[in-house]
Design a binder for this molecule. Structure first.
Ligand SMILES: Cc1ncc(COP(=O)(O)O)c(C=O)c1O
Length: 234
């Protein structure tokens, strides 16, 4: 959960005549608008917050008319990848509630981050909405809210991560994000378990690292689930 200063990078890109492409999936257009900050092209995985319910796989590219026309005429024609009508419908169905959902994702994530920050089994928490986040000031400047993604490190490492994932009941074990349901991953024992430990750590994926995509459930329920699960963590 490291932020990029989009306006600063846009200035450098402009000086060098380079287009700036921003993946705005985590933030969504509701929380952050890269074009207004100087980006040239914005991409979104609409699989995540834009559709919002974990039931569609789609993507969006935003840019100037000529660039989008070229994407349609060359890239799309060469690679295929057209949305099915049902998928397009699901994305459109999600969009009208984007603002409401993002407000709730942000509020819930702030609450969960604050809860985890004071838990004795948690070594550290990373959430742009916490004043302890090294880029909290940038997040305030560049975003309308701090998003739904929270990372934290369990003091008990690998065994603690495994135990937590086995103990959660409301949180769903899934690698995606931006769902109305809270999703939890422990990369060291799941997505990255085949990566040698040293390389994994060099990538910043520590043994006790847990990622939460905080959903829009009742925040008391999310905290209660994490609490009962953390009670079972060594
Ligand atoms: C930030 C970000 N961008 C793009 C993608 C790719 O999305 P999709 O699964 O819709 O291809 C992901 C998927 O995890 C993502 O997290």
């Amino acid at each position: 959960l490291t932020l990029t200063d989009i306006a600063a990078v846009a200035t450098v890109a402009r000086q060098h005549g380079l287009p700036l492409v921003v993946d705005n999936t985590f933030a969504t257009p509701y929380l952050q608008q890269p074009l207004a900050l100087g980006a040239d092209i914005v991409v979104h995985s609409a699989t995540k917050y834009l559709s919002g319910h974990g039931d569609a796989v789609a993507g969006v590219v935003v840019g100037r008319r000529a660039f989008i026309a070229a994407c349609r005429e060359a890239t799309l024609a060469d690679f295929g990848g057209a949305l099915s009508p049902l998928t397009a419908y699901l994305v459109l169905r999600g969009l009208p509630t984007l603002a409401l959902r993002m407000e709730r994702h942000c509020a819930n994530a702030q609450r969960v981050a604050a809860y985890l920050s004071q838990h004795p089994k948690v070594a550290w928490v990373r959430y742009p909405g916490l004043p302890s986040h090294p880029q909290h000031a940038l997040a305030r400047r560049q975003m309308r809210g701090f998003g739904g993604m929270v990372c934290f490190e369990l003091a008990g490492g690998l065994a603690a991560g495994r135990a937590l994932l086995n103990a959660v009941r409301l949180c769903t074990l899934a690698v995606s994000l931006g769902d109305v349901r809270t999703l939890i991953t422990h990369p060291a024992s799941t997505t990255h378990h085949q990566v040698p430990a040293e390389r994994r750590r060099a990538m910043g994926i520590t043994d006790g690292l847990v990622r939460l995509s905080v959903g829009i459930e009742d925040p008391d329920d999310i905290v209660a689930d994490l609490e009962q699960a953390l009670d079972r963590v060594p």
